[in-house]
Each structure stands twice: as C-alpha cells, then as structure tokens.
Design a protein around this ligand. Sequence first.
Ligand code: C5P
Length: 188
Amino acid sequence: MGFAIAAAAKAAGWTVDLVSGPVALPEPAGVMLYPVVTADEMLRQTDALFGPCDVLIMTAAVSDWRPKVMHPQKLKKDGAGLTVEFEPVPDILATLAQRRRADQLLVGFAAETENIEANALAKLDRKGIDLVAANSVAGPDGAFGNELNRLILLGRDGFRQALGPATKTVVAQQLIAALVARLAAPAR
Ligand code: C5P
C-alpha cells in the first residue's frame, strides 16, 4: 500500500521520499527510496526527512515488540525450554507527531480486526495525528497480501470518506486526491 501511495503522490506532482523496510517490490519511478531494516533505522530516517515535509503518510506495519537481547550466534538447544523477553519498539508516528508543525498533515494507518472505526479514532488521538486510514485485515478480503483494499479515512474533526474497494493502486490515487482536497481546504 505504501508503494502504491508513493507512486500516486508522484503522479500527482508531489516530491516523494519513500522510507521502506525490506520488500520485494519494484522501486516507483521518480521517487527517492530510503531502504531501512529496523524500526530504529526507520525512525532515524523519517526523523531526518520530517522537518521540511508537508505530508507524512505512515503505512509501515512496524512490529510493536523486539527481543531484548540479540544473540550473534545460533542458540544451541539444550533440552530445556526457551523464554524470550521482549521490549517495546519506538512508535515512529507518535514520536514525530510530538514535534510536528500545525501546517503538516500527518496520516496514519490502522489495521483492525474488529470495531474498525472506534479503534481507528482512538489511535488518531493517541498518536496526535490528523487522519487515520482504517482498514480491515480480517477475513479473505482483508488488506494484507491482497491486491484489493478498502479504507475509511477518518479525521479528528469528524471527516469521514470511504475509499475503494478497489485495487491498491486506485485506492492510493483516491487517498492522494482526498489529501489534496484537504490541503486546499482553509481549516483542518
Ligand atoms: O499502533 P498501531 O501499530 O496500530 O498504529 C498504526 C500506525 O502507527 C501506522 O500508521 C504505523 O505505520 C504507525 N506505527 C509507527 N511506529 C510503530 C508502530 C506503528 O509509526 N512502532
């Protein structure tokens, strides 16, 4: 979805920086790609690009937890069980939102399995962002690994717009068009 949005934004005439974890997708033409692997790298890279940016759209499904200890070598089995301790991963969107300018538009994604709109709206407040694109990841027509997607774009001011169901390419074009309309509106 992130790659489709980057391509749609480029086609709309935006200057696009795409920060991406490892994927098997072709690089969209005319977009500046910043490959990263870890959430820390993604935070550092998005933080470095955030200052002058007008719109930040975070689609990355960042892991919420990481193992506290990294072992450089393979762990040998010794017949006993294994307990892995996890620590939280920094929330990139919430971190950047803390130093946002009022004229920047921050858009998050909310992949939900139930109570989609209520959970997405709670996320909007919690992360301090303007818009959240909520989608269902439950069931056979869920968003993950699917060519089709359906989003509900929700704003903290009561804004609500359904996007799709359509291919991710078309949904991405609809999302960018909605953001262009919103940026042109006097207040948000
Ligand atoms: O909290 P949750 O993962 O459901 O929130 C989803 C939104 O937050 C997405 O826009 C995702 O890219 C972003 N996120 C983030 N850093 C994390 C986890 C999620 O920026 N560590």
